[in-house]
Design a protein around this ligand. Structure first.
Ligand code: ZN
Ligand code: ZN
Ligand code: FE
Length: 756
């Protein structure tokens, strides 16, 4: 019996080979009808036997093409239109503005095969791509997503490429970046003065330069990388010196999993992440011994590792290196370079040679960084491969632009129940990053066709993102408390709306009382919060200087516990920084000179790290805290005393913990044990605090958010500790737990406040 059905499919279904896929599936099931792009996705009309129609619908929804992501399917009966074949209808010229744009995707297996096939016309062509792979987000200037609206508009397709592009049965049907050696972009080698080098085979010559220990700037998908042979210690050191990056680990890229095994271990879930089409940098534990240069990731237990994601990467690595250092092409923390001229100007002092190409990058996108904790992938940085995929919310929001925080900034715009969190913008501390921030807002608004009606921003009056929000005219601004935003971001991505206990732990966030918060126990609603407790305030001598010089925080906690007698303690850091300086800091604390108060847990980590002798000065925020985590010996069981004062506001007094640490140092307990006991203490203490709150409120749900939860020991320890006590624990898997997730929380809170 013949039946007729209509399928409306929403999600990432355009520009991902969806219609040809539907066409081939319909043909295979001998169905008649048509498929068309609509303003919200794809619409399919099918006529055929009921078995065929059912099988077709099931296969399509259960097994869509690789880059597609179906968010909603509506299947309903329809009336026959007398089709005698299956057709792909031409797109309407306008109206596909509500569809989702695919993120940039790594080279697929089919293209890889052609890349290495000497008989293929795209043999060794570094820009090979198809409907299932290649650049998307980074080359789009405007919508609809068609070639003239991408940076491929400068390349006229040759006849063969055009016929692939026009053929619904071809895997390059409507692949907007389709190209070949005859008609597409090309690579070129330049020296660091910008002179073009004559080269028959620029990629092979680039490999030779790398083999010889030179530093190359290589133009990639979302920006430039600085590249060097990861086995060559002097070359890696030179790169660090030129980039003025002292210790922060450098990311590496290897050809395949086998190559990675020479220096790092990956569990099955990590291998899956490495091989995923998003190709993030995955943090993997170092092997000992390993083959890479010591200065790739000194003092770290981890390597940041990725697999090749463009054809060019594949060609650079195949058969040549165990690993290449692939670090962002920037100086310090400025935005990564994307433009050829800009790269030559900014990276010329760092790179010896440049491997350039002439396909423009419209929007920079850093490599994403993930680490698996408790069996789940956690974003440390969410960018290439994931953006602009939205976070799907429980309900529709008003159109809102949320400006994010200051460090690790992202922005977020909302459309219906979709929240689009931007790629990593960076630290809004310089004009270049601020410009990138503004550009990202304009770009996302344009390609997503969103005109925000409200703006949300942090409460911190001096954040550049807050200033931006306040400068916008004719639009209402909602200021959102930082730690409330952390917790609601976590609620939003877990689609939870009911109030819960929020533990928001980070380095710095502006509090409702004007002080610096960061160790916060909140009772969080979507539209408001109550502060149930926090770590007792301590002075931060020298304000921001105490972040770069964590020994100042050590003095502050020790002063809280011992007063002036801290000078009699046998702690190595006191002599390392010098008694005089320590005395000055004590004076600042006692006379309340430039010493704002903080309740930050991140700072307590810093202070303890200094006490046990890890480091007195840091190159980036959180470095001492990370060192403390890296050091911990997970087999240690003990813990320190702690003191939580009860009352209207719970206050955690760090003194007993600090004294326990100092006593252990005196007893020459190994620092790895002290570190673990410190972690154990926090886990036990916060779990018990939650139990106390449950006794008063009956609340069984806890959300964990804030940069401190990048700490795997704390996140997995506290999750397990709370679960054992019967709590449901929410944490982040879709946006970073650090300030990269703030913009999502801001948007959801602003909507809830406005809806009241
Ligand atoms: Zn492909
Ligand atoms: Zn061509
Ligand atoms: Fe934060």
């Amino acid at each position: 019996m013949k039946i007729v059905k209509k399928l409306e499919i929403n999600g990432i279904v355009q520009g991902v080979g969806f219609r040809p896929f539907v066409y081939q599936l319909a043909e295979a099931h001998k169905l008649c009808g048509r498929v068309a792009n609509t303003s919200t996705g794809v619409s399919i009309h099918i006529e055929g036997t009921s078995t065929a129609v059912d099988n077709f619908s099931r296969k399509l929804t259960e097994n869509p093409p690789p880059l597609a992501e179906i968010t909603h399917v509506k299947i309903e009966p329809a009336t026959s239109k007398g089709y005698t074949e299956f057709l792909i209808e031409k797109s309407q010229a306008k109206g596909n503005r509500l569809t989702l744009i695919s993120p940039d995707m790594s080279i697929c297996a089919d293209c890889l095969k052609e890349l290495h096939d000497p008989l293929d016309r795209r043999y060794h062509y570094p820009f090979i791509n198809c409907t299932n792979c290649g650049p998307r987000y980074t080359i789009i200037d405007d919508i609809p997503y068609d070639r003239p609206k991408t940076s491929m508009r400068h390349f006229q397709m040759c006849a063969r490429c055009q016929s692939e592009y026009d053929d619904p049965m071809d895997r390059r049907f409507h692949a907007q970046p389709n190209a070949c050696p005859a008609c597409g972009p090309q690579v070129q080698l330049h020296d660091n003065r910008g002179e073009k080098l004559s080269s028959e085979n620029p990629v092979a010559d680039a490999v030779a330069f790398l083999k010889a220990g030179h530093i190359l700037a290589v133009k990639g998908l979302g920006g430039f990388h600085l590249v060097v042979d990861a086995e060559n210690q002097p070359a890696v050191e030179t790169l660090r010196r030129r980039k003025r990056r002292e210790e922060k680990p450098l990311a590496v890229m290897s050809y395949d999993l086998a190559a990675i095994r020479h220096y790092a271990g990956a569990r099955p879930e990590e291998e899956k992440l490495l091989l995923s089409s998003q190709r993030p940098i995955v943090l993997l534990p170092k092997k000992a011994p390993h083959v890479l240069a010591e200065s790739v990731a000194p003092h770290s237990r981890y390597y940041g590792v990725m697999l090749p994601y463009t054809p060019l990467h594949d060609m650079l690595l195949k058969g040549s290196f165990k690993a290449l250092v692939m670090t962002s092409g920037n100086m310090r923390e400025g935005p990564i370079a994307i433009d050829n001229q800009d790269a030559l100007a900014r990276l010329g002092a760092m790179a010896d040679y440049f491997l350039l190409h002439n396909r423009d990058i419209y929007l920079r996108s850093d490599d994403s960084v993930v680490k698996t904790i408790n069996g789940k992938a956690r974003f440390f940085r969410r960018s290439r491969g994931y953006v602009p995929r939205p976070v799907f919310l429980k309900r529709a929001l008003k159109p809102i632009l949320a400006c994010g925080a200051e460090l690790k900034n992202t922005i977020c715009v909302t459309r219906g129940n979709q929240a689009f969190v931007s790629q990593h913008v960076g630290d809004l501390e310089n004009l270049a990053t601020y410009r990138f921030f503004c550009k990202t807002i304009q770009h996302l608004k344009r390609i997503l066709d969103i005109e925000p009606e409200y703006i949300a921003c942090d409460m911190h009056p001096d954040y550049l993102s807050t200033r931006y929000a306040r400068e916008q005219e004719n639009i209402a601004v909602q200021e959102i408390q930082h730690h409330h935003a952390h917790i609601v971001a976590c609620m939003a991505e877990n689609q939870v709306e009911d109030p819960l206990i929020g533990l928001a732990f980070d380095g710095t966030g502006y509090g409702s009382d004007g002080r610096i918060w960061g160790g916060e126990i909140l009772w969080a609603h979507l539209d408001r919060f109550e502060r149930l407790g926090h770590i007792a305030y301590v002075p931060m001598p020298g304000s921001a200087a105490a972040i770069k010089e964590p020994w100042r925080m050590a003095v502050s906690y020790l002063h809280q516990a011992y007063g002036k007698k801290l000078l009699q303690l046998e702690l190595p850091f006191i002599n390392i920084v010098g008694r005089r300086k320590v005395e000055t800091i004590i004076e600042m604390i006692e006379k309340k000179i430039n010493s704002p108060h903080t309740s930050s847990l991140g700072r307590l980590f810093d202070g303890v790290a200094v006490m046990i002798g890890l480091r007195e000065y840091v190159a980036y925020e959180g470095q001492a805290a990370i060192a403390l985590e890296m050091l911990a010996d997970p087999s240690t069981q003990g813990l320190y005393d702690y003191d939580v004062s009860q009352g209207d506001m719970l206050e955690i007094h760090p003194e007993p913990i600090v004294k326990g640490v100092v006593d252990d140092i005196g007893k020459q307990v190994h620092p790895s044990e002290i570190s673990m006991k410190f972690h154990n203490t926090l886990v036990r203490m916060f779990a018990e605090i939650c139990v106390d709150i449950r006794m008063d409120t009956g609340q069984k749900r806890v959300a964990l958010s804030g940069g401190v939860f990048q700490n795997a020991l704390l996140l997995s320890g506290l999750t397990k500790g709370l679960e054992k006590k019967g709590f449901e624990v929410l944490s982040h898997t879709q946006v970073p737990t650090n300030d990269g997730g703030i913009s999502l929380g801001q948007a959801v809170i602003a909507d809830a406040m406005l809806s009241k």
